[in-house]
Design a protein around this ligand. Sequence first.
Ligand SMILES: Nc1ncnc2c1ncn2[C@@H]1O[C@H](COP(=O)(O)OP(=O)(O)O)[C@@H](O)[C@H]1O
Ligand SMILES: [Mg+2]
Length: 156
Amino acid sequence: MDTSLGNFIARLRAGVTTTSARETELIGARLATAVPDNTWVALRGDLGSGKTTFARGFARSLGVSGDVTSPTFAIFIPYDGSRRQLVHMDAYRLHGPGDLDSLMLDDCLRPPYVLLLEWPERLGDALPLDAWHISFESVDKSRRRIRIQNPAPFPD
Ligand SMILES: Nc1ncnc2c1ncn2[C@@H]1O[C@H](COP(=O)(O)OP(=O)(O)O)[C@@H](O)[C@H]1O
Ligand SMILES: [Mg+2]
């Protein structure tokens, strides 16, 4: 990983405060370049904390065109990126890991992919051990605190 990307990851581990939705998109776009293939990225935070905004920037960075909106009603939406598939999932309406079986998510994941998961707490311990975990917090109307949390094995 190049030094500036390494620095960026280190800053996100400490926590970064964005001051606009655009800035949160840019964080998502940059982080997308660091996430390895076939990784689940858990986005944790209250409603309106910026998870979907982050996902939009992430998607753009993977070469996804068109709208990227909340998948709340579809549960998950697959997108074709230029090199990898993006699956954007919102587990808000799920009641536990058992609900995953009926969704046939596995059939939909085509390597190389990245899965962005909003409301990961709904899935309990069904997340892969090597999932990345990112937290979002609303500081005020326009500021959001974004932080990479452990456990998350990052390349140096
Ligand atoms: N710094 C910021 N980062 C992200 N979103 C912001 C920021 N400031 C204001 N917003 C607004 O907050 C809302 C975040 O919504 P969204 O990304 O859908 O959150 P979530 O998916 O966590 O519910 C959007 O309306 C966005 O424009
Ligand atoms: Mg959302």
